[in-house]
Design a protein around this ligand. Sequence first.
Ligand code: 0O2
Length: 210
Amino acid sequence: MNHWEEFLAPYKQAVEELKVKLKGMRGEYEFQQTHSPIEFVTGRVKPIASILDKANQKRIALSDIETEMQDIAGLRMMCQFVEDIHTVVERLRARRDFKVIEERDYVTNKKPSGYRSYHVVVDYPVQTIRGEKNILVEIQIRTLSMNFWATIEHSLNYKYSGQFPERIQMRLQRAAEAAFRLDEEMSLIREEIQEAQAIFTNKMEKDKRG
Ligand code: 0O2
């Protein structure tokens, strides 16, 4: 095992465990046949090249990345409605298997790029053969529409290394505003949508039972 593999092993474990746990939250809502504030959950360990890039950009010494880089282990929780984001954050704060140590609300305070999302940094204890190891994990909570925008912007960022031509920059700003308005519109008809989804789920359950 090389140095990086050994260093990243507990981060991989944390991501795998948290994917199971956070997907489990969604499962619980499904059992209760109530609206789930969680649509889906993804997770990843930051690739080594991205860790090195970020350390370089932010002038973080390699010996400090464990404490200074909070998103080596990252989870994303996607929600249908902006209101769901706040429900999810409350559930995360109430959990006993990790401790929320920092929150960044880019939903209310969007970034200059137009990025919106709610970031929660948690201190998660991983059990290893050498004892407990505490890992920082960043959980990003966002709506489907925020996720759509961020995914597209992230790919473009990769292509242009953050130096967008003015035309693309303007389009991205407009797309961010459109995504924001889409969330607002959906929130206004949230109750109707949730009622329709409940009717649909009940029908599927009845059909399954025959
Ligand atoms: P990747 O590839 O997703 O891992 P800073 O970079 O200083 O603004 P900091 O302290 O790193 O902030 O933490 P922050 O802002 O809470 O979270 C950084 C992560 O949030 C990024 O990780 C992205 O995942 C996401 N993010 C933040 N701003 C933007 C943005 O403008 N556009 C998109 N698409 N995502 C964003 P990485 O390491 O940049 O990338």
